[in-house]
Design a protein around this ligand. Structure first.
Ligand SMILES: Cc1cc2nc3c(=O)[nH]c(=O)nc-3n(C[C@H](O)[C@H](O)[C@H](O)COP(=O)(O)O)c2cc1C
Length: 387
């Protein structure tokens, strides 16, 4: 029996003592609040997308073109939203997407997120570009569920070192992000000439890595900092990778592997052939290819192509519990929430992230229940109509 919706009662009961929620419960309102709180550079980095941001807008608009059709008198007294994805049990089909450089949002960055995720029982996916080293984040996450997201560097020994460290630190699944082997044209960052990495933020996993350190003449200090940053730039992404290279990851990672950034059913089929365990239908929140298809519009064809062979996960544009319902109905087995928790972090640190998670899980359970649905596997195209 799920108790995720109890957050609603908790809020109303606290109201009897004149205590109000610390942040809005409509998570679409967080971006505006975060804009007032953050520096223009930090806000631009998070809220910004590629080019004219048409794809970021399309991601949201795509959700609006689907509507849930509630069904009545179905005995929804007992609910169970829990699922198991890539060997990880979770209270609902919701995970935290990898977001890099979180210390620009809050000094505790990924450490705060790791604590909030553990408290809510929600798995987190830690970015290679995190502002704290993966071992420190794992410690903050305790017995929480965690996956590691790889930005596959040019130096293969460095890639292997990242994988070995992630395994040792208790990250159980590998998410390989394919859509960001180089950064896109992002006008908000370009106009402010702002790239956090060049200021030494989001490079903790590199600077703490023995292979990386060896390449730059030892631990990174003021003396070799410029060399280290240049080495980071030279190594960050690898545009020459092909499907054949995935065998290398299989060789060095014995857990499940998910490919993030898939938008075409043929690429999803290739993931199956390459022995991958999952695809994440994502366009990086519109941050990479402006004018690209909305991620939700890409989802049904991918789910159709491979959904009965490997796991299909989804992100890009998820803001509410109802959005999660729509993505699940269109074929996702689980959904990654991204910008909303980044804004929660900016506005309230660990408590802000916990608030976002509790809101989205409560709203998810309530939306399902009121629609006549008690378990995620009951969701299908029959749940929706075109608006
Ligand atoms: C500030 C920011 C940093 C991100 N960093 C990463 C990253 O390091 N690795 C990654 O795979 N995706 C990264 N993403 C993409 C997210 O994982 C996710 O795909 C995207 O944010 C989904 O779009 P949405 O936030 O609009 O829902 C980042 C997104 C944002 C907004």
């Amino acid at each position: 029996m799920s108790a995720l919706a109890d957050f609603q009662n908790e809020i109303y009961l606290k109201g009897l003592g004149d205590v109000l929620p610390e942040l809005p419960t409509d998570l679409t309102g967080l971006e505006g609040l975060a804009e007032r709180r953050l520096s223009a550079q930090a806000f631009g980095y998070v809220a910004g997308s590629a080019g004219s941001e048409a794809t970021a807008r399309a991601n949201r608009a795509a959700f609006d073109r689907w509507r849930i059709v509630p069904r009545m008198l179905r005995d929804v007294a007992e609910r169970d939203l829990s699922v198991r994805v890539l060997g990880t049990a979770m209270p609902a089909p919701v995970l935290l997407a990898p977001i890099g450089v979180q210390s620009i949002l809050h000094p505790d960055g990924e450490l705060a997120v790791a604590r909030a995720a553990q408290a809510a029982g929600v798995p987190m996916v830690l970015s290679t570009a995190s502002s704290y080293a993966m071992e420190d984040v794992a410690e903050a996450n305790g017995d929480g569920a965690r996956w590691y997201q790889l930005y596959w560097p040019k130096d293969r020994d460095l890639a292997v070192s990242f994988l070995e460290r992630a395994k040792a630190a208790g990250y159980t699944a590998l998410v390989v992000t394919l859509d960001t082997f180089t950064l896109a044209w992002r006008p908000r960052d370009l106009d402010q000439a702002y790239l956090p990495f060049l200021r030494g933020i989001g490079v903790a996993n590199y600077f703490s890595d023995p292979v990386f350190q060896q390449a730059v003449g030892g631990p990174v200090t003021d003396a070799n900092r410029d060399t280290a940053l240049l080495h980071w730039i030279a190594n960050f992404g690898n545009p020459s990778l092909t499907w054949e290279d995935l065998a290398f990851l299989r060789e060095h990672w014995d857990g499940p592997i998910a490919l993030k950034g898939i938008q075409h059913p043929d690429d999803a089929r290739r993931a199956v052939h390459a022995g991958m365990d999952a695809v994440i239908v994502s366009n990086h929140g519109g941050r990479q290819v402006d004018g690209a298809v909305a991620s939700l519009d890409a989802l049904p064809a991918v789910a159709d192509a491979v959904g009965n062979q490997i796991s299909v996960l989804f992100d890009s544009g998820v803001r509410t519990g109802a959005d999660v319902v729509k993505a699940l109905a269109l074929g996702a087995q689980a959904v990654l929430v991204a910008r909303p928790y980044a804004y929660g972090l900016a506005l309230g640190g660990e408590a802000g992230v916990r608030h976002v998670l509790r809101c989205i899980l409560a709203e998810l359970e309530l939306t399902m229940t009121l629609s006549g649905l008690t378990r995620p596997d009951e969701l299908s195209l029959d749940t929706l109509v075109r608006a």
